[in-house]
Design a protein around this ligand. Structure first.
Ligand code: LLP
Length: 411
């Protein structure tokens, strides 16, 4: 599939995804975890476009949602997939609980005692019994960016694992303590912290069973990282294999549990590229700037997490000459950059660039800052290229706003 043709046909900035790549990543999970009963619950937050959810739903995947909105997305693509959906998040509202209770989700991952009480109340009101797991905070350190590390006591997530037993004891008759869940952070490259967290969870499961709770699910969360630096080798299959070998023995030893996994980034990040056209090339002092038509509103990862994304020219290139430049967008912020002091082949206005590994946490974090309509998204599969989300229009942006305010009456 020619990216240049897609860019010409659908305009830029444009997100392009490979469906085959996403499904092959899901397949790697299925193979690596084949030895234990398991369900991959794709973390919808990584990329929640309906076309992508549908791709995973058709392969039998489950979902991890963190809001009523994400649950509505799952409902919109496949009503039956809600039975394979877990609901995480520290701030669930009564309305979101009601929606999930009525839909009949697989499990609520409860993150506080207050939430436990409210959920019991809502379930009683709707005459339902909610399957719950406490999301425990295992106090495990995992090497990643501080904004996406979640598994330590000082983080806002989960319930202190040392208090968990007491909290499970408080689940009344409208709650069914069916599992334990944990999530220690995102973009974690080493298997070791996952294993350490799982061990702690397993010890808790043994205690909970002794207390009389029928624990059938261990939800190990998401967080498996990828390699963003294209110059470094990365064997995805090997990465999942190592991850699985940290979790599988722990789950096996417990027996009688289904392992739930919530990968997001690992499944979709490397299946996506953000296509953008060079608008101008300029020099300020000694610095070169390549100004492109995508901006931080389309992809905020470099600005927010100092994230590295490989940037490559899509065309044949103009020989071997290179420059060192900042690749920046049109938004009026110094933080609006995709790369700083990056060695790039010499590019000219009109040329197409691809910002790689942007399938996860790209479009979902997009905004309308500077009144920029959000990009279109194209999914490529065996049958061709499909627009799974059209480009926003200025009319879309203005639609929710009031045009005319009443004039103040003249005095
Ligand atoms: N489960 C829970 C409860 C989570 O909070 C997350 C991610 C996941 C699963 C999926 O994690 P993953 O497999 O994708 O690492 N915007 C950041 C990442 C934020 C992750 C938030 N939670 C970024 O662009 O790096």
């Amino acid at each position: 599939m020619s990216l240049e043709n897609l860019a010409r046909r659908y305009g830029t900035p444009l997100y392009v995804y490979s469906g085959g790549h996403m499904l092959s990543r899901l397949g790697m999970f299925e193979i690596a975890f084949a030895a234990v009963p398991h369900l991959v619950c794709y973390a919808v937050k990584a990329n929640s476009t309906l076309g992508i959810l549908q791709l995973f739903a058709r392969r039998g995947a489950g979902f991890d949602v963190v809001s009523g909105g994400e649950l509505e997305r799952v409902l919109a693509v496949d009503r039956r997939a809600v039975g394979r959906t877990v609901f995480s998040g520290i701030g669930k509202t009564a309305a979101e609980m009601d929606l999930a209770l009525r839909a009949g989700i697989l499990q609520f991952n409860v993150e506080s005692e207050g939430e436990l009480e409210l959920l019991a109340e809502r379930a009683a009101k709707l005459r339902k019994r909610a399957r719950i797991a406490l999301r425990v905070n295992p106090d495990v350190f995992a090497e990643t960016h501080p904004y996406i590390s979640t598994g330590m006591r000082e983080h806002k997530f989960g319930i202190d694992i040392r208090r968990a037993r007491a909290v499970y004891r408080r689940a009344g008759k409208h709650l069914d303590p069916s599992g334990v869940s944990v999530h220690i952070g995102s973009q974690i490259r080493s298997a070791e912290p996952f294993g350490a967290a799982a061990e702690r969870v397993a010890n808790l499961v043994v205690e909970l069973r002794r207390d009389g709770h029928a624990i059938r699910y261990v939800d190990a969360g998401g967080g498996l990282g990828i390699e963003y630096d294209a110059d470094k080798p990365f064997d995805a299959q090997e990465q999942v294999r190592r991850y699985a070998s940290a979790l599988v023995p722990v789950v096996r030893k417990l027996g009688g549990v289904t392992l739930l996994l919530e990968p997001g980034r690992f499944l979709v990040a490397q299946a996506g590229a953000l296509l953008t056209r060079v608008l101008y090339v300029k020099k300020n002092g000694t610095k070169n700037f390549v100004i492109v038509d995508a901006a931080m509103n389309d992809l905020i990862r470099p600005a927010l997490y100092q994230a590295h994304h490989q940037i490559v020219p899509v065309g044949p290139g103009r020989g071997k000459r290179t420059i060192v430049a900042d690749v920046v967008g049109p938004v009026c912020e110094t933080g609006d950059f995709f790369a700083r002091d990056r060695k790039l082949p010499v590019v000219a206005p009109g040329e197409l660039l691809a910002i790689l590994d942007t399938g996860a946490y790209g479009m979902v974090l997009a905004s309308n800052y500077n009144s920029r309509p959000r990009a279109a998204e194209v999914l490529v599969d065996g049958r061709g290229a499909h627009v799974i989300r059209r480009r926003e229009t200025i009319a879309d942006l203005l639609a929710a706003e009031r045009r005319k305010m009443p004039r103040r009456a003249p005095r």
